[in-house]
Ligand binder design. Sequence first.
Ligand SMILES: [Zn+2]
Length: 237
Amino acid sequence: MAPDAAAHEEGHHRNVQSGGARAAVFGISDGLVTNVSLILGVAGAHPAGTFVRLTGLAGLVAGAFSMAAGEYVSMQAQRELFQRELEVEAQALRQSPVAEHEELVIIYERRGLEPALARELADRMMRDPATALETHAREELGIDPQSLGSPVLAAISSFAMFAVGALLPLLPWLVSRGNGALVASVIVGAVAALAVGTTLGALTGRSIARSAVRQLAVAALAAAVTYGIGRAVGATA
Ligand SMILES: [Zn+2]
């Protein structure tokens, strides 16, 4: 039981770390692509500083709230679903402990344990009700009750990451305006997109150059489209 628990802890830890880092980079990427294209769309129509700055700020706040709300709602729903499944499992353990015991023996046998060993392991896991529930949740539902995650923390982190990404292309417009700010915004956006792509490439173990170029291409395409729309539609105010 000890090596199994240790391996589980380690795997869990690793997942949380790389998963969290990846989620952070994706959040920054969302904010970056959204606001680069929003800012360039408005700048394409009318590069006067005040409109672009207001649009960029509104895009930052609106996008960050939207990401936070989406993250909160989806994690909360997932938690509720898990909790309901856990209650069903807890009830089954109370009402038919023998059947649940046999179920665990069969699961361990299917995993390749000798029948006697499978029974012994199941005996031990079923001895303590809390351990029994945790074991059944993990083996049958693929849930670790200890790591359901906090919807509020996830929402705050989504908000912050999107805001960081959205702030980057907005920075030049906070201190400047006109074509100078436009060029600076494009440069900052491109450098940030390359950095995001590089980080994602490193995190996923894929080709860093390809990942960086792909990220830049996606951001450039989105920005080019909205800039084109801005130029074509224009602003008559
Ligand atoms: Zn069960």
